[in-house]
Each structure stands twice: as structure tokens, then as C-alpha cells.
Design a protein around this ligand. Structure first.
Ligand code: F6R
Length: 608
């Protein structure tokens, strides 16, 4: 959840670190800090709150001189957001500084052990034990101290470490938290994620579990857990640097909403050939696909919501029983898995701890796991048996939009691929579906053109206390996402309900003027959904309906109608979600919320 960065080279380190933290702030933003060594002494500055406070404190880094340093932006787990708990953390003598992303699970035991040996702690964090452990083991050989520390700590970590008596050197190590190293003419870098260093280099090394990197201004060396040197190959990052910048948009969220037509196209195009869906990365023969008797889709948050849609699509199109599970539940509920089961894990970051743990649980039980992942080289991408990438590009806003849309596309394509292999769709139907899929980007573009209308509507609801989203079937799945988008960025309480379920309790919350957003995109369910609209209208609700063009009947029941273009019944989510994303965005900015970095959230949830 936190972001770490490190730089050693010919330039002043602090401005490079602040630049990197700027790009990593989406990973956590309750405090930030940097440690810089001027060749003689390590100096730390840290501050509770946003990075801009740290920038002010350090005069944009000019107050800390030195060409080697590490930085951190925090999402609190152990210990409240405060100056004391902000990273970097020192050993008592102030000669070893550490930044950490992850959780040291046995920190209490280590803390007791170190306290007994006379160490005093300055923070409530789990991280501080690492600084003291390194101090305990350091006898002049940093690599040996790092290896011994790794031997003692349990849990997940990406660590950046500097030692005062090793000027110009950074040590970094990871286990189950992302870490990359980069090399440039002016120096070498570490970071939690590529955007942090993209300004300086495109040549990066993905550090694997229990690998150590040691770098100075001249070069990098890699070691395994036994301290033996290992060779690693650099990967050249192909993205455009501007992909990780705001490009004139006021917020990343809006930029990413607008990038959806392209993201959808990029995810779709390489997988449609000669009237068929071809997914080479699936790595399954026709027989293997036909042998699948059950699919589990496992994910968290919005990625889970795409799974709820995909259940309808897999079952409806490919006729394969499909279960959708929250990753945090799946791993503890002892699901029935066998050799005829396929587990699909869905994740934008590829680092979500619960999803990764679910993947490992499935693999441990001998089940094939397919990852649908956005971040290339992430943990889930590496550990899944096969990985199908969504080509959304870097997603920076904490609330997902374009990654969600591309996950849907990946799932539609998989369902069609499975239906093809099982011979349950005709070529005619496949042609129709593929034509509709290809039309989605232009339909999304068209819906984005209505943003002013949505902004005006959203402005009326910035003071709303509760909002309800209702729908049936796939429309219920869309409602789940619409509701999550709204609550996470605007802090307005919202709930999604299967429309027919509302009257079994929740309808008692509807009062005069309560906003109910009703989604009606499934023709065979129109009538039933309209009845549910009437039920809430009778109790005083104001109803916003999102429905297919041509379904004008709904105007009689709803107060405000947004029409989406006609598409194949299984793909309506891709269109109906667009006005709901825009609505959430405009309500949030109307309220003055920090839409790209909502409170209490982080982009990459690498803790359970
Ligand atoms: C909501 C949101 C989260 C993520 C969830 C899973 O807007 O972004 O609910 O969908 O934390 O994250 P990934 O996809 O990275 O596994």
C-alpha cells in the first residue's frame, strides 16, 4: 500500500525522491518522508499529511543535501498517521535508515526480543523492528546484515535501506510486495512501481521474492537469499511517459474515464482474428477448455464486480457453472475445487494481497489459475499459470475506471472463447457479438460526450445523504459498481440492491427526495424493473434511470433518464457504467473531495 523510492547517483537525491513520491502518492498518502546521506551523515525529514507538506518543509528538497537517499509515502497499518510513525525509520544511533511497504507479521515478537536486548522504539510501526534488527546484525557487512534480518522477519516487505558508513549505497529487498530497480546514466533507482522512475529511466529490473539489490552511482548487483550474486535482465518499459501524467485533465480519474475507449480497443483488438476470439495467453487446448466443468472468479472490490457481471456472461454464453468470490472469503471457506475447475483471478494492480493469497491457495490445491491483470510483471501476473493482460495502461486514480472496463472486456472475450470451444454458440451469434464488441469504444466515446448533462445533474446531489442503486441480473452487477464509485470518491452513503430485494427491508430507508439510480438494460427484465421503480417512487424517491435507447416507457416512471446505445445484452455494463462513473466524479468534485486520493484508501491493497 505504501510507496517507496530510492536514488543514488550524480544528482542531488531529495528532488528525485520527491518527484518519485509524487508519482507514488496514490499508494498511500497519510504521511511521507525522505532520508538523504551527504556522505557523512543521514538526515531524515518526514511529515504527517500530504506530500506537499514535505515539499514545503524541505524547500522542494533543497534543505537536504546528498546524492543518495530513500523516500516513502505511507498508508497506515501499524500505528496512526503521525510524524513518529512516518517513514523512514532509524536505528537508535541514526546510522541506518529504512523505508518499508508491507507488513512484518511477527513484529511484536521481534519488538519484545529487541526491547529485552535494550533497544528503544520511537514509533508504533512494525517497520521499526527492521531498523533495529539491522543494527543488531550489522558488523560492517551490509549484505550479511540484510540476509540475517530477512531470516528473522515474517510477512511481506519491500525495503529500501541506507547505511551511514556505506555512502552512496542503497540496499533493497522484497518479499510479496512489489519492488523494481532502474538504471540510468545519472544514477540508479528503486521504486514500488514504474511511474515513480519513468522520468529518469525506462530500463527496469523486476526484483523477485527474496532477491536483494545493492546499488551505487556506478551500477547494480543482485543477490539471492543465500547471498550469491545472480544475473538479471533489464526490461524496457514501452509506455509513453505521458500515460502516467494528467495530460491537461483536472484529475487522473477524469483522464482515465476518458481513456476508456482506447483501453477497451487495446484490450479487444489483439484477441479478435478472422471472426474468432483467439487468446494465445490462455495456454489451453480446445480439449482442456472443454474439460472445464466449473469456473471460480476471485477478486476484490471493483474487480470483483466485473466477476459478478462475468458470471452471467459465462453461464449465459458458455453454459459453464460460475461462482464469484471475494478473494478475502474464498481462501478461508474451503471451496470445492478439483481438476475440472478453473480459477480466474482478476486484479488491476496484480498485487492485491487477498487475491494473491487466493491464487496461491488454488495453486496449492492443484487447480489451474488464470490471471486477468493490468500491471505487467506484477506478482499475480508472475504466479498465475497463465496471464491475460488488460491493456488499460497505468491507472493512477485510486478509484478504478479504465481498468474495470478492460477487465470486463477480457471476461467477455474469455466467455466467447469458451463458448466457441464448447460449440454452444453459432458463427452467426459470434459474428454479432464481435461486431458489437468492436462498436463499444465508439459508444463509450458518445456517452462521454454527455458529461455536461451529468455534471449538472450531479451538482443537484452533492448534499445527498444516501443514494440507492438498483437493478436486476447484470443490471444489479452494474449497480454494485455505480454504488462503490459514488461512495468511495464522494463519501456519500450508497448501497446497491437487486431491485426485487429492496422491498424485503431496505425500502424503509427511502424518504421524500432520496435518490435512487435504477439500471434497466436487460430487455426481458424491463417490466419487473419498472415495477420496482414505481415502488420507490411511491415512497417519495427521485429516480434516475439508465436504460437502452428506445426504452421510452421508463420515462413514465422515472424522473430523469439517461439512454445508452443499443448493444448485445451481455455487454451493456460497459456502457451503463460510464454515466455512473461520471456521476460519481462530478458529485465528488462538486463536494470538493480529493477525487484521485479519497480518504482512507490506497490504490494497491497489499495487506490482508
Ligand atoms: C475501487 C477499486 C478497488 C479495487 C480493489 C482491487 O474503485 O479500485 O475496489 O478494484 O482494491 O484492486 P486490484 O484490481 O488492484 O486487485
Amino acid at each position: 500500500m505504501c510507496g517507496i523510492v530510492g536514488y543514488t547517483g550524480n544528482e542531488q537525491a531529495a528532488p528525485v525522491l520527491l518527484d518519485g513520491l509524487d508519482k507514488l502518492e496514490y499508494r498511500g498518502y497519510d504521511s511521507a518522508g525522505i532520508a538523504v546521506c551527504d556522505g557523512e551523515k543521514i538526515r531524515i525529514t518526514k511529515a504527517r499529511g500530504r506530500l506537499k507538506i514535505l515539499r514545503e518543509l524541505t524547500h522542494d528538497g533543497r534543505m537536504l543535501s546528498g546524492t543518495c537517499g530513500i523516500g516513502h509515502t505511507r498508508w497506515a497499518t501499524h500505528g496512526v498517521p503521525s510524524n513518529e510513525n512516518a517513514h523512514p525509520h532509524f536505528n537508535e544511533a541514526g546510522t541506518i535508515a529504512v523505508v518499508h511497504n508491507g507488513i512484518i507479521e511477527n513484529y511484536q515478537k521481534l519488538r519484545n526480543m529487541l526491547t529485552e536486548r535494550g533497544y528503544a522504539f520511537a514509533s508504533e510501526t512494525d517497520t521499526e523492528v527492521v531498523a533495529h534488527l539491522l543494527d543488531y546484525y550489522y558488523k560492517g557487512d551490509p549484505l550479511q546484515a540484510v540476509l540475517k534480518m530477512m531470516n528473522r522477519v515474517e510477512g511481506s516487505y519491500a525495503l529500501g535501506i541506507i547505511f551511514q558508513d556505506q555512502p552512496g549505497k542503497i540496499y533493497a529487498v522484497r518479499k510479496d510486495s512489489p519492488l523494481i530497480a532502474g538504471t540510468s546514466r545519472d544514477g540508479n533507482l528503486i521504486a514500488s512501481d514504474v511511474p515513480a522512475i519513468l522520468k529518469y529511466t525506462r530500463d527496469v529490473y523486476f526484483i523477485q521474492n527474496e532477491e536483494i539489490v545493492c546499488m551505487d552511482a556506478e551500477g547494480l548487483e543482485f543477490f539471492n537469499i543465500d547471498g550469491e550474486p545472480i544475473w538479471k535482465e533489464a526490461v524496457t518499459i514501452q509506455w509513453d511517459v505521458t500515460a502516467a501524467e494528467k495530460a491537461g485533465y483536472e484529475h487522473f480519474m477524469l483522464k482515465e474515464i476518458y481513456e476508456q475507449p482506447k483501453a477497451v480497443l487495446d484490450t479487444l483488438n489483439p484477441r479478435i482474428r478472422d471472426g474468432r476470439v483467439e487468446i494465445e495467453e490462455l495456454g489451453m487446448t480446445e480439449e482442456e477448455i472443454r474439460a472445464v466443468r466449473k469456473i471460480f472468479i476471485v477478486a476484490c472490490g471493483s474487480a470483483y464486480h466485473t466477476g459478478v457481471v462475468a458470471k452471467y456472461v459465462f453461464e449465459g454464453l458458455a453454459r459453464i457453472p460460475t461462482e464469484v468470490d471475494l478473494a478475502s472469503e474464498f481462501r478461508y471457506r474451503n471451496p470445492i475445487l478439483d481438476s475440472e475447475t478453473l480459477v480466474i483471478v482478476v486484479s488491476q494492480s496484480g498485487e492485491t494481497a487477498d487475491t494473491l493469497a487466493a491464487l496461491r491457495e488454488a495453486k496449492r490445491r492443484g487447480v489451474r489459475v488464470l490471471g486477468i491483470v493490468n500491471v505487467v510483471g506484477s506478482s499475480i501476473a508472475r504466479e498465475a499459470d497463465n496471464v491475460m493482460y488488460t491493456w488499460a495502461g497505468p491507472e493512477i486514480a485510486v478509484a478504478t475506471t479504465k481498468a474495470y472496463s478492460t477487465q470486463l472486456i477480457a471476461e467477455y472475450l474469455l466467455a466467447i472463447r469458451f463458448a466457441q470451444a464448447r460449440g454452444v454458440v453459432s458463427q452467426e451469434e459470434t459474428d454479432e457479438m464481435l461486431a458489437e464488441l468492436r462498436r463499444l469504444p465508439e459508444h463509450i466515446e458518445m456517452l462521454l460526450g454527455h458529461k455536461e448533462k451529468l455534471q449538472r445533474f450531479a451538482n443537484r446531489y452533492i448534499a445527498a445523504r444516501d443514494v440507492f442503486f438498483i437493478g436486476r441480473g447484470i443490471d444489479y452487477a452494474i449497480s454494485l459498481e455505480g454504488s462503490l464509485k459514488l461512495k468511495e470518491v464522494s463519501y456519500i452513503h450508497s448501497e446497491a440492491y437487486a431491485a426485487g430485494e429492496l422491498k424485503h427491508g431496505t425500502i424503509s430507508l427511502i424518504e421524500e427526495g432520496t435518490l435512487v439510480a435504477a439500471v434497466l438494460t436487460q430487455e426481458d427484465l424491463y417490466k419487473k424493473a419498472v415495477s420496482n421503480i414505481v415502488e420507490v417512487k411511491t415512497r417519495g424517491a427521485f429516480v434516475l434511470a439508465v436504460t437502452n435507447v428506445g426504452n421510452t416507457e421508463v420515462e413514465k416512471a422515472a424522473d430523469y433518464v439517461i439512454y445508452i446505445p443499443e448493444t448485445y445484452k451481455y455487454f451493456t455494463t460497459s456502457l451503463a457504467v460510464i454515466p455512473l462513473q461520471l456521476f460519481a466524479y462530478y458529485v465528488a468534485i462538486g463536494k470538493g473531495c480529493d477525487v484521485d486520493k479519497p480518504r482512507n484508501l490506497a490504490k494497491s491493497v497489499t495487506v490482508e
